[in-house]
Design a protein around this ligand. Structure first.
Ligand code: IVH
Length: 443
């Protein structure tokens, strides 16, 4: 009697028309109300429970949730150093036999442990300190991509804990922020903060409106399941059970193992900005579970995995001043003068605030600590202010009524967001920008 939710929510091709889905869903509701004993934990009606919580209960992880060592070296030496370390630990000769590696993305969200008992999702917990996290089952249930029941050909495992990352897609994040803005609510600085806020939201009705996604990347406690002998095989098996697994992954085989990892790091690095979600690096893992077990752990990190990060696209810095730049068409752009900061592979000393409305919306003032973002070749941008309290009163920024370069009157046309200098080519700034513009090769 269950509506085809798995087909509806997990697969890209939604084969059930909305109206038909709603009809089946309503029928199930009526049935469950009449026969509460038939309401199972994996019923689609259980995705939203609608009870506001006072707080989250602690959950002790059956298997600790570890972190991964981060390699900060350059592309080539990072992968080679990892391979060399693995070979040394395994007492292998310098070149043979080659070790097989799995490479995947390092998703920028938050780690979650999903506990399935006899194939049914019974608990979802945050990582916390690795030993003990928080019970966020209610909110995780609202993520349509996460199966409430595993698809299994044979008897489902007695216990299967799936670990992975809850994240927010960039388009979902933009849409969420647009909605927040419309309702005059607080916007989020990045998808990770929005995702973390949604997972720890005490009102599941609000959590349900925050569009979250999930990728599985590993295991926790397992009882009664023959775990596939390789990491890549494990991810394939999890995907077959209906769990979302990212397709951007590879296996580096043969003598060129580490080179395969370097190539993956480079290829993904070039496409990083085109991915539909944020990543902060790639992860290399020894593919064989047997070798993983032989390698074991050092303190809280496995010896068989390493994260290879990309340059951070966001950094914190301070606003030292707000300047006005006059463009070719006379547009006045407020620009934050920043304490120099290394972000997205370059040192950034100023970042656009676009216009007065953007500046007000971001509430940036001189002395504030702000998040600066530089993604790809896009010009650096102030994402928002961190913290609330200002040490002392700082006046709100005002647009000048006269051009700071030529003194002409500044106007803002009705319905426009931009302020403009009316000086035309009398204005030295407009003249200079016009010369630069028309002297371009393409102009
Ligand atoms: S594996 C035993 N794989 O990175 C290894 N972690 O520092 C456990 N993360 O908090 C982690 N993408 O949330 C692994 N493909 C991936 C990952 C990944 C993101 C996060 C994870 C954890 C942190 C590890």
């Amino acid at each position: 009697v269950h509506p085809p939710t798995e087909q509806y929510c997990v697969l890209e091709a939604r084969q059930t028309p909305d109206a038909e889905y709603d009809r089946l869903f309503q029928a199930l509701h009526v049935l469950e109300d009449a026969h509460p004993e038939l309401r199972t934990a994996d019923s689609p009606t259980q995705r939203v429970l609608g009870k506001v919580l006072e707080g989250f209960s602690p959950v002790r992880h059956a298997v600790p949730m570890l972190s991964i060592r981060t390699e900060t070296d350059t592309e080539a030496t990072g992968a080679e150093a990892f391979d060399a370390r693995v070979r040394r630990e395994l007492c292998l000769a310098e070149d043979l036999p080659p070790v097989e590696y799995a490479a995947e993305l390092k998703f920028d969200g938050l780690a979650i442990n999903l506990r399935y008992e006899v194939g049914v999702l019974v608990q979802a917990a945050t990582r916390g300190d690795g030993e003990q996290g928080e019970d966020v089952t209610q909110n995780i249930r609202t993520i349509g991509q996460i199966p409430l029941k595993l698809k299994c050909h044979d008897a489902p495992p007695a216990v299967l804990e799936v670990r992975g990352e809850v994240y927010m897609r960039r388009d979902d994040f933009e849409a969420l922020n647009a909605r927040q803005r419309e309702h005059g609510d607080k916007t989020f600085v990045n998808p990770r903060n929005a995702a973390a806020g949604a997972v720890r939201q005490l009102d599941p009705a609000i959590a349900a409106k925050r569009p979250l996604s999930f990728f599985a990347y590993g295991l926790g406690d397992v009882q009664g399941w023959a775990v596939p002998p390789t990491h890549s095989g494990l991810l394939d098996a999890l995907a077959e059970m209906g769990l979302p697994v990212c397709a951007e992954r590879t296996v580096a085989r043969g003598a060129s193992g580490p080179q395969g990892l370097v190539a993956f790091h480079q290829a993904i690095g070039q496409r990083r900005d085109q991915l539909p979600f944020d990543i902060d690096g790639v992860v290399y893992k020894v593919n064989s579970r047997e070798l993983q077990e032989r390698l074991g752990f050092v303190t809280r990190e496995p010896r068989w995995a390493v994260a290879h990060k990309y340059p951070a696209q966001e950094q914190l810095t301070q606003v030292e001043g707000i300047d006005i730049q006059v463009g070719r068409t006379g547009k006045l752009t407020p620009v934050a003068r920043l304490k120099p900061v290394f972000v997205g592979g370059v040192t950034v000393t100023n970042a656009t605030l676009h216009n007065l409305f953007e500046l007000r919306r971001k509430r940036a003032r001189v002395g504030d600590t702000v998040i600066v973002r530089r993604a790809g070749d896009v010009i650096p941008e102030v994402v928002g202010v961190v913290g609330e309290a200002r040490a002392s009163y700082v006046p709100n920024f005002r647009m000048p009524s006269n051009c700071p370069v030529c003194g002409s009157t500044v106007v803002r046309e009705r319905g426009e967001v931009d302020h403009r200098c009316t000086g035309g080519l009398f204005c030295a700034a407009q003249r200079k920008q016009a010369l630069l513009h028309f002297a371009q090769r393409r102009a």
